[in-house]
Design a binder for this molecule. Structure first.
Ligand SMILES: *Cc1c(COP(=O)(O)O)cnc(C)c1O
Length: 453
């Protein structure tokens, strides 16, 4: 067998449907609540910030939802994305394990995020929306929505978490190239931003704060809606295009995964790969292990509480039942900016709570070490977020070396790290440290959880 083993589907195999795991949940999700009344939120209430088609998908229990043709047309530029067998990495690890990875770095923004940015922009466009406000952590989501906005002729305003705004000037340039406006958050352009700055003038920002700013802007103007790049059901739905392709590619390889691994910030790339498999397992049985990997410095699934919480710091968003570290928690400024979120997708949280998903956490240094090992063997520099999945895959392959078991590992390489070279420069220069989250701060944030009757 040659060392480059790639499973590439023809264009005709581009999926025609997304997969909705709500159809197969053994216990339905808890309802999303209105932040004021604490009653289940209605479609009309959500319509202030989201287009109707997106709200329908958010609430749907249909198993398959058709991908609109104009969305497939754009997907076709880089989809189906490749699935690789990591032969050189297997050899370097001297493991009997078979390691496969689905690679989403082939999108124009370099990550899985355009899979949902494109349909969200499309649905806004056909409903007459002119402008979308959003937040971005490391910049991948802002880049993806900027790209989608330019395809569909929408104005895009991006609130970028300040620590990343300063660490990643090229991400800002990327967004501006596509005509988007990029503002460091917290900013003075919104009441939520000004309130944070009054209390913490040196705030490095957080996704929770940036979401407040974007939601505030969307709620104020009729021609403006809000878009979220992770967490919500419709986002996870759009990402299942990756898992549906991967199932076909693994079948081409004659392989069946024993475990499926993804990094989790809000849960979307992990769910995209895992849910089509997990849904099948819920319907038909099976014993694939689903492993969600998060940073030890923002350990939502492993150290958080499963409770109703706000999605943002200013408490403008609806309440979701999810694993959370508390909406006022500001994680330390580690380099995997896309994983610095206090909450976790309700669907991922629910399935973890029920025991179908096994979460674990790693520190950033061991993840960068794994990323370098992967890059040297496979020739792709992973995004710092994706390094968490790489770390778990390598650890599992090393366990196989000890036990002699030839397990099949499938993981999601959610993006490349070509815009994250400052992080690699810092790592190579010995400047990165393992950051510890402040337990007292989490305790304080959790004490402030809304009491839902
Ligand atoms: C945004 C991002 C993540 C984290 O978000 P999820 O919704 O958990 O997928 C992970 N990897 C990359 C490359 C990202 O851009």
């Amino acid at each position: 067998m040659s060392d480059t083993v790639k499973y590439q589907l023809d264009e005709e195999h581009l999926p025609k449907h997304w997969y909705n795991i709500n159809a197969d949940l053994p216990v339905p999700l808890d309802p999303v609540l209105h932040p004021g009344t604490q009653q289940p939120i209605t479609a009309d209430e959500l319509a202030v910030i989201f287009p109707r088609a997106v709200i329908e998908q958010e609430m749907s229990t249909e198993r398959e939802i058709a991908i609109p043709e104009p969305v497939r047309e754009v997907y076709r530029q880089w989809r189906p994305s490749p699935l690789f067998r990591a032969r050189r990495l297997e050899k370097a690890l001297n493991t009997p394990a078979k390691i496969y990875y689905k690679y989403e770095g082939v999108s124009p923004a370099g990550s899985h995020k355009p899979n949902t940015a494109i349909p969200q922009a499309f649905y806004n466009k056909i409903e007459g929306v002119k402008r979308i406000a959003t937040e971005t952590g490391a910049g991948q989501w802002g880049s993806s929505l900027a790209l989608a906005g330019s395809f569909f002729g929408l104005e895009i305003v991006v609130y970028m978490v300040k620590v990343s705004f300063n660490q990643k000037p090229y991400r800002r340039a990327f967004m501006e190239t596509f005509g988007a406006q990029c503002i460091a958050s917290p900013s003075t352009t919104t009441a939520s931003g000004r309130a944070i700055l009054a209390e913490h003038p040196d705030s490095t920002g957080s996704l929770g704060i940036a979401i407040s700013e974007a939601v505030e802007v969307a709620a104020q103007r009729d021609d403006t809606k809000y878009a979220l790049g992770s967490v919500l059901n419709h986002v996870l739905l759009h990402q299942t295009v990756t898992g549906i392709e991967a199932m076909e590619q693994m079948a081409m390889a004659g392989a069946h995964p024993d475990m499926i691994i993804g990094c989790t910030g809000g849960g979307s790339n992990f769910a995209g790969l895992a849910f089509p498999y997990l849904g099948k397992q819920l319907r038909e049985g099976g014993n694939i292990e689903f492993i969600a990997v998060e940073p030890s410095a923002c350990p939502t699934l492993t150290k958080g509480l499963f409770a109703y919480d706000f999605g943002d710091t200013a408490h403008l968003t609806p309440l979701c039942k999810m694993f959370t570290l508390g909406s006022s928690f500001v994680p330390p400024g580690f380099h995997a900016g896309g994983l610095r979120y206090h909450g976790m997708a309700p669907q991922v949280s629910h399935l973890a709570k029920l025991g179908y998903i096994a979460p674990r956490s790693y520190n950033q240094l061991e993840c960068f070490a794994a990323g370098l090992q992967f890059a040297k063997a496979e020739g792709i520099i992973p995004a710092p977020e994706a390094n968490h999945a790489v770390r778990a895959a390598i650890e599992e392959a090393e366990k196989c070396r000890e036990s002699g078991e030839a397990k099949t590992i499938l993981f999601m390489l959610s993006g490349h790290g070509n815009f994250d070279m400052q992080a690699y420069t810092d790592y190579l220069g010995g400047k990165l440290k393992d950051l510890v989250y402040a337990e007292s701060e989490v305790a304080m944030a959790l004490a402030g959880l809304p009491s839902v009757g």
